[in-house]
Unconditional design. Structure first.
Length: 397
């Protein structure tokens, strides 16, 4: 039998169905499990807690596959998990048979496949595997996904450095069928995008900001809009189509900005009302401050500033600095849509950072809306770490 026993009193998170077992919680390891092996998990008193995937070198030493049910983790188990994910997405308006839409089908622990992200882009799927357990079953996952969806192709984008913490190699390759090297067209709420499945960020694009992009388009009419960390310009495209007076897109990546410019043409939007600038956003905002420029609506959607608990304080300072600069640039009555995709940044702390930034900027501010993950990015109530994306829309006097 391959199993782990927890230390006395360390079973509480498991009984609340939290999916992670940290190395410090383990008392004994039995049966010499290898990387990714399924193990039975017991409390110190010998009570069975569930089945998990073992990872000997990771701080997260085991990830629960299920709770309280002692069973074999195999193709049949994964088939049922995928069936449930497909059914739940369908009930929320996301259909795997639709060859035009894009959404997240499996959101890792929140959908029962720890460390596995499955995103749909038209007739293709892009999969990111970040844990040892999902790695063991990768070929089965690919085969089941192809059978259940009839997709044209599957690309594996397991090229994140996070995999090294699990002792896994980086990988980027076609896993099934055919996946084009050319960008894949996507229609999101009437806005057209070209998604690079091979080199685009994450699995290809930021599907989690779909609802927030739409909201920015709804409030942008007649406004001067600054879109920071714009990547390929999603927020800016929505703002321009929504009737913005002028949109300024800023990103450090030359390649991303070229795509952003091309998408303006693809969507037949007025090129005279949008400006693209390659620059470090911190530097750009300071230059705008020194010139006395003001904007009616600013979007801050930076990359993850916090990678670990050790970088929490440094990351918090980064969020404070960037928001302080942005708030100073807002015209009276102006609005700031500000986001954090750092899972270790709790909403309460993020809100405090924004409040401190407004105070230091000597501006009175109100929170008028909150943003989070859309319905295809669910979060289990027992797994608050799954709520990585949070955002606020504030208005300043």
């Amino acid at each position: 039998m391959k199993a782990i026993t927890l230390k006395a009193g360390r079973e509480k998170s498991a009984t609340r169905r939290h999916p992670w077992v940290f190395s410090g919680a383990i008392d004994k390891v039995l049966g010499d499990p290898s990387l990714g092996d399924s193990v039975e998990i017991y409390s110190y008193a010998g009570d069975f807690l569930g089945m998990g995937a073992y990872s000997p070198s990771s701080q997260i030493r085991a990830r629960f596959w299920n709770f309280e049910e002692k069973r074999i983790i195999d193709k049949e188990f994964l088939s049922k998990v995928l069936d449930q994910a497909i059914a739940s997405r369908h009930s929320r308006g996301f259909d795997v048979s639709d060859k035009q839409n894009a959404f997240r089908l499996v959101n890792a622990e929140n959908d029962g496949i720890p460390g596995c992200i499955i995103d749909k882009y038209g007739p293709y799927f892009s999969i990111e595997i970040l844990s040892a357990g999902a790695e063991v079953f990768r070929e089965i996952i690919f085969k089941l996904l192809a059978e259940k969806t009839g997709c044209t192709g599957i690309i594996e984008r397991s090229d994140s450095e996070v995999r090294t913490k699990e002792g896994l190699p980086l990988r980027k390759e076609v896993a099934y069928g055919n996946v084009p090297t050319d960008p894949v067209p996507m229609n999101e709420n009437g806005i057209f995008f070209d998604i690079d499945l091979w080199n685009g960020h994450k699995t290809g694009y930021y599907l989690d900001q779909r609802d927030a992009r739409k909201r920015i388009g709804e409030i942008a009419k007649g406004k001067t809009v600054l879109n920071c960390f714009c990547y390929t310009g999603g927020f800016g495209l929505y703002a321009l189509k929504g009737g913005a007076k002028h949109v300024y897109q800023v990103d450090v990546s030359k390649d991303a900005l070229k795509i952003a410019r091309d998408l303006v043409l693809k969507n037949k939007l007025p090129t005279s009302e949008i400006t693209h600038t390659q620059a470090d956003v911190f530097t750009y905002l300071r230059q705008c401050r020194d010139k006395g420029l003001q904007f009616d609506l600013i979007v801050l959607d930076p990359p993850k500033f916090i990678e670990s608990k050790d970088s929490l304080n440094k990351g918090a300072r980064g969020y404070k600095d960037i928001n302080l600069l942005a708030i100073k640039l807002l015209s009276p009555g102006g609005r700031l849509a500000t986001f954090s995709c750092s899972g270790l940044m709790e909403m309460s702390l993020f809100q405090k950072i924004i409040a401190d930034a407004a105070e230091d900027a000597k501006r009175s501010a109100q929170i008028i809306e909150r943003f989070g993950q859309p319905a295809d990015h669910p979060v289990k109530t027992s797994f608050p770490e799954g709520q990585y994306l949070k955002g606020l829309l504030i208005e300043v006097e």
